[in-house]
Design a protein around this ligand. Sequence first.
Ligand code: SAH
Ligand code: SF4
Length: 377
Amino acid sequence: MTDTVNLLDFDAAGLVAYCASLGEKSFRARQLQRWIHHGGVSDFDAMTDLAKSLRDKLKTCASIRHPAVLQDHTSADGTRKWLLDVGEGNAVETVYIPEQGRGTLCVSSQAGCAVNCRFCSTGKQGFSRNLGVGEIIGQLWMAEFALRAARGGLAPGERVITNVVMMGMGEPLLNFDAVVPAMRLMLDDHAYGLSRRRVTLSTSGVVPMIDRLAAELPVALAVSLHAPNDALRDELVPLNRKYPLAQLMAACNRYLRVAPRDFITFEYCMLDGINDSDEHARQLLALTRDVPCKFNLIPFNPFPESGLLRSHPERIKQFAQILIDAGVVTTVRRTRGDDIDAACGQLAGEVRDRTRVAERRRRDARTGLASIGVRAV
Ligand code: SAH
Ligand code: SF4
């Protein structure tokens, strides 16, 4: 199986090229794509409108494989979280969040993350590797059809996953070459057919790649801000030392010229006594004065090694009120799936091979890379 070509690795153009290599016309690629991504079919024998000879050929050289499910938990509030094996002791998470009238899937893009934000357990695990296209779209494929099966099928026109957010583990713009084809499939009418407004990429602020995304596939953009000035952001999001706030704000405005939504969502993790004062809120308003935006305040999800605390609910309310009073739409993210640890990177850390990470950290320290907190950038 594993030495066969994984068809989940191909977007539409890739599948056309693959079919051409088998001597097949491009409409076959479209049929195949629909069986896979519309129908959730992985058994070639069930693809009845493909010629028997093609089905037999595919059976010998191709397969449809998503990362193996290690754990599958459903929270009391309906949030469902899968832990997926991506090999060599690495695991990533996919989280489904049902809400009134929509269902959002939070997808991972890397095993670990090199950006190493102070408050993020994924960052604390270090960077292991980029996920491939099939490992990224495989999360959507696996979740969509598992959820459909749990419902006993779909009513006509009904959808399970209506929105995708690239907000799981990893920095998606540092895995651009796999994330973009995977998002193309999310948007493709012969695959998931989601509108560009319903696919959101969240970034810690990789400025040149924000411009590339604008040029190649402008989806909705969320930017993880977390601090209103460079001194504090340098500490919380080390990538800020490379791409400081003035550059990031300018990139946001360039992005808005082509974005499917007319605002950027700024995410702001609320950390007790660190970034949550009234003065921080006022600085945030000044910083973003010229960028059409919304704020999403995220109560910090604590984990033991962080040494940080979540801001008090009253503080978050007061902080939000300052932003709202200035006329900026501001939401406070509800904590979902608390009983199953459905937060960024929390569960995967428990199954990772910590020895290997410790070894890598020592190696990075020797090469001086860890000291600036950003690797592979
Ligand atoms: N790497 C991307 C996307 C993944 S993280 C990014 O940083 O934007 C998705 C969001 O969760 C980011 O805004 C991130 O800063 C936030 N986050 C990470 N760890 C968190 C924690 N422990 N508590 C609350 N939010 C967290
Ligand atoms: Fe990476 Fe995002 Fe976590 Fe920062 S918050 S370490 S960019 S996954």
